[in-house]
Write a protein that binds this ligand. Sequence first.
Ligand SMILES: [Zn+2]
Length: 320
Amino acid sequence: MPLQTLATTLAAAERGGYAVGAFNVSDLNQTIAVLDAARAERSPVIVQAITGMSAYGDESWWWHMLRTVVESYPDVPATLHLDHGRSLQDCVGAMDHGFTSVMIDASRSTEDDEPNDFESNVAITKSVVELAHARGVSVEGELGTIGGAEAGVTGVLEEIIYADPAQAEEFVARTGVDALAVAVGTSHGSVKFTDETGGQRLRINLIAEIKNRLPETALVLHGSSSIPVNAVAAINKSGGSVTPSYGIDAAQKQAGIAQGIRKINQGTDSHLAWTAALRTELSERPSEVEPSSAIAAAMAGMSGIIRERMREFGSAGQAT
Ligand SMILES: [Zn+2]
């Protein structure tokens, strides 16, 4: 089947009462790992990439190859999505390479990274929606500020500005976005909450309140990886140094899905699994220099955690 728009993927999720995982990739092997997981679980999937974040020097080549690899899985209902586009130019670049969905994150200024005011966010987002919809591409916007390390945002554990339900309603009405990322207590990056209750901090009532005002809009959770303890331990046992922290547990995410969350970004969890498997393989076979076994191990590690997430989100078995 041809690549799906985000609107199509999330409309099916709304009908089925599940969420679709969105997994960040920065090279072709990771892309294959994500698609293999989707095929094995018979799950829809969102493959996403960030401008300037890949293993390759030539972004135009990388995006072309990314689209080609996703298309080589015709049995997988897949959406190719730009994560955290910062400008109209970022989004147009992705559309030119056949992405079927873009996120415009105008919640922060591209100049000083400070939170943008509401009117600027509306104006930038609306300009992307007009262009994207004319080309049959879906758009995700962001309201409020999700904490942690975002693309181009270096701060960790910085303050979260929660989404305001009335403003969310106005934002969607004025911009026409297909999906809305809402700041409801999650945080980006591999170091999330330093206290155990951090992962219990999702404001489920706030999700319900926003959904109540926006029944037709798919809500998106960012920064909601679980930070599996075993992956962090495996990385640190094999020479890594990742600060242990607490993420968002599966039950919290499922409670969010029950209130209308339809897309869940899980970049960090899949990257932790990749790095843990790669480091383990390299340290367990110190004399091996031929790269294939290490790359295969990393791919298997990443596929494994993605399959787990697809089952947790209820998207497994939903490919039709
Ligand atoms: Zn994000």
